[in-house]
Ligand binder design. Structure first.
Ligand code: NI
Length: 138
């Protein structure tokens, strides 16, 4: 493990009080963990901005009665098979389905796939959760 650096920084008092409130409320473990999380969030955002290799999930909600939609969603995933690691289909009720697609690849390719899936007629909601391979976060 690499060495630990201690640092101090200055912030406005109202911001400090809000940070302390977040810690009191149990939403943040401690100040050090908060700073680590913020730095890693920024690094992951940078990986996506620079179109580096990334990991993510695409969640789709749709009505499977929409004509041809299930086949179209499967076809699109096959066209991007080099990015799709796995997908899970969940039957939410008699009509609605959720599909969670686990992806790994260049950030722009993942974004293109998410956009293409989202644009299919009958998709009620789509969201992309972008994360990282973790290689540069330690
Ligand atoms: Ni289903």
């Amino acid at each position: 493990m690499s060495g630990v650096v201690r640092l101090s920084f200055s912030i406005e008092k109202p911001l400090y009080e809000r940070l302390e409130k977040l810690i009191q409320d149990g939403r943040i473990a401690n100040r050090s963990e908060f700073i680590r999380d913020m730095i890693r969030d920024r690094l992951v955002a940078q990986e996506w901005e620079r179109n580096e290799e990334a990991v993510g999930t695409i969640t789709l909600v749709f009505n499977h009665h929409t004509r041809g939609l299930t086949d179209r969603l499967t076809d699109i995933q096959h066209q991007h098979h080099h990015v799709v690691l796995a997908s899970t289909h969940i039957h939410l009720d008699e009509h609605l389905c959720a599909e969670i697609v686990v992806v790994k690849g260049l950030a722009a390719e993942i974004q293109d796939l998410a956009n293409e899936l989202h644009q299919q007629k009958g998709v009620l909601h789509a969201s992309l959760s972008g994360s990282s391979t973790g290689k540069h976060l330690a």
